[in-house]
Design a binder for this molecule. Structure first.
Ligand SMILES: [Zn+2]
Length: 258
């Protein structure tokens, strides 16, 4: 059976937030997944620049989106969605913040669901259920599930590491558990885009720049601490899982067979 991958991004999730949120699934993530609590995101530690970097494996200074307003690339690089589409993979995306639509170019997705998290309670859980329904029905090759509530309704509204913030991380990890249990045939990667401090992020402070990642993937040993990897390594790792070639411009390195 050919490889299939689900990438989950939990916006604004700090490593110490994962460790302090009280969700019992964290123990499973540490034992049965490979993990890191010391990965680094890109500068600036802002949502859209970091996600464009996540999918294009270059820093914001190279792709040109340096704020939450998308900028067409001056010297375009294909991103993960485009690379997978060129290799005849079926891509889909479920997201709660509209600016994220620009991580893929038109025609790269077969299916997308956008739910404005500001106008829907429990958007993380709802998007997870939409994704699981679609996966069950259509068995797509690559799924991107983006959850915004930890950042928007936790960190910005009440402060990073507040009770409300930790609650949203725990809800998001419940969603990860649900996805993992429902999709045993998929490799699954969970990341954050940046951390945060007080009620903001975007600086070069360690609290903003350090992110957790979790890998439940063939070829990456469970229980391994992956250490100080980069957000730029995620797209090359997913491409390697699919066995497809990556653009020469990509700067990250696959975590497979390190
Ligand atoms: Zn963000």
């Amino acid at each position: 059976m050919s490889k299939k991958v689900i990438l989950v991004s939990i916006d604004g999730m700090r490593p110490d937030g994962v460790l302090q949120c009280g969700n019992p699934y964290v123990e499973t993530l540490k034992k049965e997944w490979a993990y890191t609590f010391s990965a680094r995101t890109c500068i600036p530690s802002v949502t859209l620049p970091c996600h464009v970097s996540l999918f294009h494996s270059v820093p914001p200074e190279r792709h040109g989106t340096t704020t939450n307003t998308y900028m067409p690339q001056v010297r375009p690089i294909d991103g993960l969605f485009e690379v997978l589409k060129q290799n005849k993979k079926v891509n889909c995306m479920f997201y709660g913040w509209e600016q994220l639509r620009d991580v893929s170019r038109p025609a790269s997705l077969k299916h997308a669901v956008y739910l404005n998290a500001l106008h829907h309670d429990d958007s993380d859980r709802k998007l997870t259920d939409y994704a699981l329904d679609y996966i069950k029905a259509e068995n797509p090759d690559f799924v991107f599930l983006y959850m915004v509530e930890t950042d928007e309704k936790g960190g910005h509204a009440y402060g990073w590491m507040s009770e409300e913030y930790l609650h949203h991380i725990s809800v998001a990890l419940d969603c990860v558990k649900k996805v993992a249990e429902a999709c045993p045939d998929y490799d699954i990667i969970v990341t954050a885009d940046h951390g945060g401090h007080d009620r903001t992020h975007g600086t070069e402070l360690a609290e903003d720049m350090t992110i957790p990642q979790f890998y439940h993937c063939e070829g990456i040993a469970p229980g391994t601490d992956l250490g100080e990897i980069s957000l730029l390594d995620t797209a090359p790792t997913i491409a390697a899982l699919f066995g497809v070639e990556t653009p020469v411009e990509w700067e990250g390195k696959s975590l497979l067979n390190r």
